[in-house]
Design a protein around this ligand. Sequence first.
Ligand SMILES: NC(=O)c1ccc[n+]([C@@H]2O[C@H](COP(=O)([O-])OP(=O)(O)OC[C@H]3O[C@@H](n4cnc5c(N)ncnc54)[C@H](O)[C@@H]3O)[C@@H](O)[C@H]2O)c1
Length: 258
Amino acid sequence: MTFASRFQNKKIIVTGGASGIGRAAVIRLVCEGGTVLAVDRNAEGLAETLDEANALAGYGGVALSAQVSVTDEQEVREAVQGFVREQGRLDALVNMAGILRSTHTTDTSFEAFMQIVQINLGGTFLCCREALPYLLQSRGNIVNAASTSAFFGHAYMAAYSASKGGVAALTQALSREYINRGVRVNAIAPGGIGTPMVAAQANGFPEGTDFTLYGHLTRPDRQLGEPQEVAAVIAMLASEDGAFVNGAILRIDGGTHG
Ligand SMILES: NC(=O)c1ccc[n+]([C@@H]2O[C@H](COP(=O)([O-])OP(=O)(O)OC[C@H]3O[C@@H](n4cnc5c(N)ncnc54)[C@H](O)[C@@H]3O)[C@@H](O)[C@H]2O)c1
């Protein structure tokens, strides 16, 4: 595939960059010339992402990394400020870090519920808050990770669905708050995408799962999307091609929820 140079001289942070959709986004943005800081708590995965991205880089693109938990205020602040200090600016923030656990709601502890909300929603909020002062300077943009779970309510994923509904609402609130100051805020809402998160879920369905409840998630020709197919939409939203897209939650599910 030949890539455009939409991110030449652009400075971007991608959380969740050690795996799945976040990794595919890092690679895509680096192929299009971006200087990308991949942020994740998984150091081993980050190293693999950097190897892959820097081997494929185009138009002067480069991948860097920072081992950070998106729920740690100080780590997030230092990563954002350090990147801006080194690179001089920040053009886009792509928030892909997240976790998924499938459980019966009656078996879900409050702690387990809050952990999912803390990472998926709280981590997204923290990264947005720390990046916004710099995005206001560059008139940059944010792409968050919602999910079809935010709108269609997937069984055994009450905490996850609630956290992603929160991400969708956060995205729309921020897009309104900054609409007159040049910062766009959008989210993607993928359906089932073939990543380690989904593979782990397939092994982790709770006992007694009623699989007929998942019928609407699949389609006859192809069950899952590819991380690269999501990364292509992230790149569109984060680039000038998305200049008139703001406050959107873009569904990327091959039509399975339509
Ligand atoms: N795969 C899907 O089907 C699907 C569907 C809808 C939405 N999403 C969302 O897309 C995003 C990416 O998902 P994926 O499928 O690539 O998952 P993944 O598990 O492959 O990658 C998620 C990454 O987030 C990182 N992460 C988790 N908690 C973190 C923390 N506290 N700090 C820093 N990093 C942390 C993990 O280490 C991992 O590298 C997630 O927000 C997910 O909820 C995925």
